[in-house]
Design a protein around this ligand. Structure first.
Ligand SMILES: CC(C)(COP(=O)(O)OP(=O)(O)OC[C@H]1O[C@@H](n2cnc3c(N)ncnc32)[C@H](O[C@H]2O[C@H](COP(=O)(O)OP(=O)(O)OP(=O)(O)O)[C@@H](O)[C@H]2O)[C@@H]1O)[C@@H](O)C(=O)NCCC(=O)NCCS
Ligand SMILES: Nc1ncnc2[nH]cnc12
Length: 278
C-alpha cells in the first residue's frame, strides 16, 4: 500500500487553479467580443467591467485549485458542488454581489477537477470525457435552482444550458471550439486575440446560450447566431477588415442588450483544454 501511494504522481493543484484563472483573464482581455465585457468597454452590461471581472477571476483561483485537489482525491459531485458554492460566494464578495462567473465556476471547475483526477490516476482520456464518465450522471440528477435565469429559460425554451453541456462531455469545446481554434491558428498564427475572436464566433453559432435566450428569447438567439455565422462565412479573421467587422457586430449586440456569457465561459475553457489536452 505504501509503495502504491509513493508511486502515485504528485499533482500540482495550485498550478492547475492558476492556469484556469489565467484562461478566465485571457477571455476578459479578448476584444472585440459581441456584447461582452472587455478592457475597451462593458458591452451590453451596466453592472460590471473588466476590472471587476479580473478581480473575480483572481478570487476564483484558490477554489479552482481546490476543485483540482478534490478531483485528484476521487471526490464525487456532492463535494465538487460544495466547493463550487463556496466559489460562488467568494465571487459575490469580490464583485460586490454581481454574477460575473457562475457558469465558468461550474464548467471550468469541472475541467479542473478532471485535470486533477487524470493526473492522479494516470488516465489517458480527454478532460471532457472524464467529466462525462465520472460526474455526468450526478450532474443531471443534481439539484436544480428554482428561480435561476437558467431554470426559467430551460422551462420556456427547452435549453439544456451549462449542466447538459458538461454532462455530455463539453461537445461545444471538442466538436466546435477546438476545430475552430485549429483553423484560426492557421489563418493568423501570430495573433492570439484574433484566434480567440474566431473561436468565440464559432461558439455563438453552435451553442444555445441561456444568457442570449434569457435576454432576447429565441429571436435574440437567432439574431446572434446569424451575425456570428455571417462573420465567419465572409472570411472570419482571414478578412483584411475582420476587426472592424467584429466591432460592428459587437455594437449591434450592445444595441439589442445581447450578451453571450455562456460562450465567453466556453472560450476560456477552450484555452484551458487546448493547453491541457495537448
Ligand atoms: C449549474 C449552475 C451553473 C446552474 O445555473 P443555471 O440554472 O443558471 O443554469 P444555466 O443557465 O444553464 O447556466 C448558468 C451559466 O452558465 C453559462 N451558460 C449559459 N449557457 C450555457 C451553455 N449553453 N453552455 C455552457 N454554459 C452556459 C452562463 O454563465 C455566464 O453568464 C453569467 C453572466 O451573465 P449575465 O448576462 O450577467 O446574467 P445575469 O447576471 O444572470 O443577469 P442579467 O445581467 O441578465 O440580469 C456568468 O455567470 C457567466 O459565467 C450562465 O449564466 C449552478 O448555478 C450551480 O449548480 N452551481 C452550484 C455549483 C456547482 O455545482 N459547481 C459544480 C462544481 S464546479
Ligand atoms: N467577458 C464577459 N462579459 C460578460 N459576461 C461574461 N461571462 C463570462 N465572461 C464574460
Amino acid at each position: 500500500m505504501t509503495a502504491l501511494v509513493a508511486a502515485t504522481p504528485a499533482v500540482d493543484t495550485d498550478a492547475i487553479g492558476h492556469a484556469a484563472a489565467s484562461c478566465l483573464r485571457r477571455e476578459i482581455a479578448t476584444y472585440p467580443k459581441p456584447g461582452l465585457v472587455s478592457p475597451v468597454d462593458a458591452g451590453a452590461h451596466d453592472d460590471m467591467d473588466a476590472a471587476m471581472m479580473n478581480r473575480s477571476a483572481d478570487a476564483l483561483a484558490p477554489y479552482l485549485a481546490a476543485l483540482a485537489q478534490a478531483g485528484a482525491a476521487g471526490a464525487g459531485m456532492d463535494r465538487l458542488r460544495a466547493i463550487g458554492i463556496a466559489a460562488e460566494a467568494a465571487m459575490m464578495v469580490a464583485t460586490g454581489g454581481v454574477n460575473t462567473h457562475r457558469g465558468a465556476i461550474f464548467g471550468m471547475g469541472l475541467l479542473c477537477a478532471a485535470t486533477g483526477f487524470r493526473a492522479r490516476y494516470g488516465i489517458a482520456a480527454p478532460l471532457g470525457t472524464i467529466v462525462a464518465q465520472h460526474w455526468g450522471a450526478e450532474i443531471l440528477r443534481g439539484p436544480v435552482a428554482l428561480h435561476s435565469h437558467g431554470t426559467t429559460v430551460a422551462r420556456r425554451h427547452a435549453a439544456g444550458g451549462a449542466r447538459a453541456e458538461a454532462a455530455a462531455g463539453f461537445p461545444a469545446l471538442y466538436a466546435t471550439a477546438l476545430p475552430a481554434l485549429a483553423t484560426a491558428r492557421r489563418l493568423r498564427p501570430d495573433n492570439r486575440n484574433a484566434q480567440a475572436v474566431q473561436v468565440l464566433m464559432a461558439l455563438i453559432v453552435g451553442v444555445a446560450d441561456t444568457n442570449l435566450l434569457y435576454r432576447g428569447g429565441p429571436a435574440g438567439l437567432a439574431f446572434a447566431q446569424d451575425e456570428a455565422s455571417a462573420f465567419l462565412a465572409t472570411g472570419g479573421i482571414a478578412a483584411a477588415d475582420w476587426r472592424a467587422r467584429a466591432i460592428a457586430v459587437h455594437h449591434r449586440f450592445v444595441a439589442r442588450r445581447l450578451s453571450p456569457g455562456g460562450c465567453a465561459d466556453l472560450l476560456a475553457m477552450t484555452f484551458f483544454v487546448a493547453a491541457h489536452d495537448a
